[in-house]
Design a protein around this ligand. Sequence first.
Ligand code: NAD
Ligand code: MG
Ligand code: MG
Ligand code: MG
Ligand code: MG
Length: 341
Amino acid sequence: MTENTIYHDDDATHSHIEEKTVAVLGYGSQGHAHAQNLAESGVDVIVGLREGSASRKAARQDGLTVATPVEAAAAADVVSVLVPDNVQPDVYEAIEPELEAGDTLQFAHGFNIHYDQIEPPEDVDVTMVAPKGPGHIVRRQYAAGEGTPGLIAVYRDATGDAHDQALAYAAAIGCTRAGVIETTFREETETDLFGEQAVLCGGVTELVKAGYETLTDAGYSEEMAYFECLNELKLIVDLLYEGGMSEMWDSVSDTAEYGGLTRGEVVVDDHTREQMETVLEEVQNGEFAREWITENQAGRPSYGQRRDAEKAHDIEEVGEELRSLFAWSDEEGNREKANAP
Ligand code: NAD
Ligand code: MG
Ligand code: MG
Ligand code: MG
Ligand code: MG
């Protein structure tokens, strides 16, 4: 087991970023939060958005200067790339001529650098500050005087100052108020992809569907199968999030605890672990990245088919009906858009 260093406010020197001009490309989830937090921390910010982009109005209303991505990059020392990952290579191509020796290219996810979709010049620093939360939380926490934990990584240190500057960026968006964990582009990218594929998005939905289908195939009602295999997942996840596995096991009945401890490993067995290793290998050797890039270049045919099939699953129909019975769930904020992993 390895443990990574965690940085706090005291470790960061704001002057490394305060004297710089930062171009924030994109004004979506992360972009709006980074841009506003940086500006309120005293950093000169220019938001880079395409002519005609709907986000332009929002950025101006928030009191920020707006330019095209190329103009913003030209004026900036630090270019923070916060457009969607799949459009980053195209946006980068346009701004590359504006990067000067000693400038910084800053990311919130490592995919395009790690898989060589963006290859910045040798004399440019390449860093990552990735909040572990969606942008609206990053913004809300900062405004409340708090912070969202984040990750920091340096891919290329051309100036000798890359790490200090990234830490100052992390401080300026509020992350060091909570804690910033040292990582690498490789570790962040590979663990992110593996986690969302094997556990969070892929693993959980397949587990839910398999449980639901096992019950309905055995003649149980769709409503009961939905409640037991999907709806109640939230209670379990909330407990895991708050207090880890111990709190979850403490909170459920002894019957649930004994049954879970003995039967969980029957379902997720050595075969599943071997399959997880295969999924991880395809992340590590770049096979997944190549497949996803090709899929995008081809106009996402397989992605579209799989999306449609998932939407057509029985559990979605019964779920829509049953969720409407929980009239209070909107007010409680339970359906607030979660952090996209
Ligand atoms: P987003 O989809 O919310 O925002 C995209 C922004 O980019 C919008 O303002 C849009 O107008 C603009 N945009 C789209 N296409 C463009 C183009 N061709 N040219 C110029 N601008 C364009 O994106 P996001 O979720 O904030 O993701 C940004 C980065 O942050 C990604 O690298 C992502 O992996 C990373 N990240 C996201 C989260 C999250 O919770 N959303 C968390 C951590 C890291
Ligand atoms: Mg410049
Ligand atoms: Mg039960
Ligand atoms: Mg993630
Ligand atoms: Mg991800």
